[in-house]
Design a protein around this ligand. Structure first.
Ligand SMILES: [Ca+2]
Ligand SMILES: [Ca+2]
Length: 467
């Protein structure tokens, strides 16, 4: 979904870059490293966080973040300000357990739903998938879509990913019950596929079952690349962590197989059970967690690559994908020295955001941990900022509720029209302006809360409508 949003929003978000870049460049550099001939600068966008678990670039051009204790927030990518939306009261943390992955509905303007997965207690420790509704300032109205998945304090997974066909993938860990990963009737050790209302898609591999693939141990990374393929990272036991290409109805080998089918006993099992081997393995294990896909000109050396971050390994690994998406080239490690790394996302401007996990009980936190780190090519940002400094439509307030004031780039030389579009590109409001007019108040009453686009004078700006 991160990649999908990139494409949906690339045009509109470039216009926001001017202000955002300037702020980002003011944040002091914590270090630099080369990617080919490009210098990447690392700075901290936000500090003082508590085990951030998921980062999602949202349709509002904010970073949506979960923290394991139960808080969900929007983080302003220009200022680092954290705007808490809710702290889920029934999240129960225990060792690795708590609030985990998150995904936003792809039609967020008309369906402002946020999907989260977390541990809770109900006659034992469990995992559930919950849908929340975004009002513009808070998240509310929790709807449980899938619950009662057995859990223990480790191996709960779980990442979420919404695909273009409007189904949701959810990874689950084996909950330390190793045979469950091969039990097709169990929801542990699986990748599950659901419709966005929690029902089971008619075209799942087994009718009536949410199981999409099986034989997983503890997958904590999930992304769809622009090639349309879905990749997942998975914690191995000791020998090999995995990067998998997810395919329906395939057996990924756990608990008999860890990583590649490279041991004698693994080989026999792999052949007999048609095990899908990983594309890449970290040997020995590094605790690989968040996964994203990078294909932005800002960092040419990372284009067409998966980027995976590791907990114990304290690093980011670049995995270049071959054109067909089914093989990985030579891996390279970056971003060492910031401790445990949990989550990663990419902005439409080509910046990479990485969350540390040094306060999860297994790290050595710096005073400012946990942090969201920004990885950026500052010379590319400078160039692109100059390009977008054209006269633009300005909106205030934004987010808005009753009405929004639209300031045209200049006094209108000809009569025209301001149009507001929803995420599906439908015109939901229009308002004329006269020759010489430079500001227009457009009423918003009757619009559902969500994300819209305002177009006038040849430029477009995103608008968030609140209740
Ligand atoms: Ca495997
Ligand atoms: Ca192996």
């Amino acid at each position: 979904m991160k990649q999908l949003l990139f494409h949906l929003l690339a045009a509109g978000t470039l216009l926001l870059t001017a202000g955002g870049s300037a702020c980002a460049q003011n944040q002091p550099a914590l270090g630099t490293f080369p990617v080919g001939s490009t210098t990447i600068t690392v700075s901290a966008l936000a500090t003082g966080l508590q085990v951030p678990w998921e980062l999602v670039w949202g349709p509002d051009n904010f970073i949506w973040m979960t923290e394991r204790g139960g808080r969900i927030s929007r983080v302003n990518p220009a200022t680092g300000q954290v705007q808490p939306l809710i702290t889920l009261p029934d999240v129960v943390t225990s060792s690795e357990g708590g609030l985990l992955g998150m995904a936003l509905h792809p039609d967020f303007a008309t369906s402002p739903f946020v999907y989260v997965v977390y541990n809770y207690t109900d006659n034992g420790y469990k995992v559930k998938l919950v849908r929340l509704t975004y009002s513009g300032t808070t998240l509310s109205n929790p709807q449980v879509l899938l619950a009662d998945i057995p859990a223990v304090s480790t191996h709960s997974g779980s990442r979420l990913l919404i695909l273009p066909d409007r189904t949701l993938l959810m990874t689950t860990g084996d909950a330390q019950n190793r045979p469950a990963a091969q039990d097709r009737a169990s929801l542990n050790g699986k990748v599950l596929r659901l419709n966005l209302d929690g029902s089971i898609p008619a075209d799942n591999p087994v009718a009536g079952s949410p199981v999409y693939s099986y034989g997983h141990r503890n997958p904590q990374g999930l992304v769809r690349a622009t090639n349309g393929r879905v990749y997942s990272t998975e914690h191995g036991q000791n020998a090999e962590d995995e990067l998998n290409l997810l395919e329906p109805n395939r057996n990924y080998g756990w608990p008999t197989v860890e990583g590649f089918c490279n041991l004698t006993e693994e080989n026999a099992y792999c052949t007999a059970n048609s095990v899908r081997e990983p594309l890449y393995a970290w040997a020995p294990t590094v605790g690989v967690a968040g996964l994203t896909y990078y294909d932005h000109p800002a960092i040419p050396g990372w284009r067409g690559s998966l980027l995976a971050v590791a907990l114990r390994g304290n690093k980011l690994t670049q995995l270049p994908l071959a054109t067909n998406g089914t093989t990985v080239g030579t891996a390279a490690d970056f971003l060492t020295g910031f401790g445990r790394l949990r989550a990663v996302c990419v902005s439409p401007q080509g910046r990479v955001y990485v969350a540390t996990s040094n306060r999860d009980g297994r790290g050595s936190p710096a005073a400012t941990d946990d942090r969201i780190l920004v990885l950026e090519n500052r010379s590319f940002v400078t160039t692109s900022t100059a390009k977008v400094r054209q006269p633009q439509v300005q909106l205030w307030p934004n987010p808005a509720a009753q009405s929004v004031t639209v300031q045209l780039p200049a006094a209108a030389a000809a009569a025209g029209e301001i149009a507001i579009y929803d995420a599906l590109g439908r015109t939901v409001r229009s308002s004329p302006f006269r020759v010489g007019q430079s500001t227009v108040a457009v009423p918003l009453i009757g619009l559902r809360p969500g994300l819209y686009s305002v177009r006038a004078g040849g430029s477009t700006q995103p608008l968030v409508v609140n209740e």
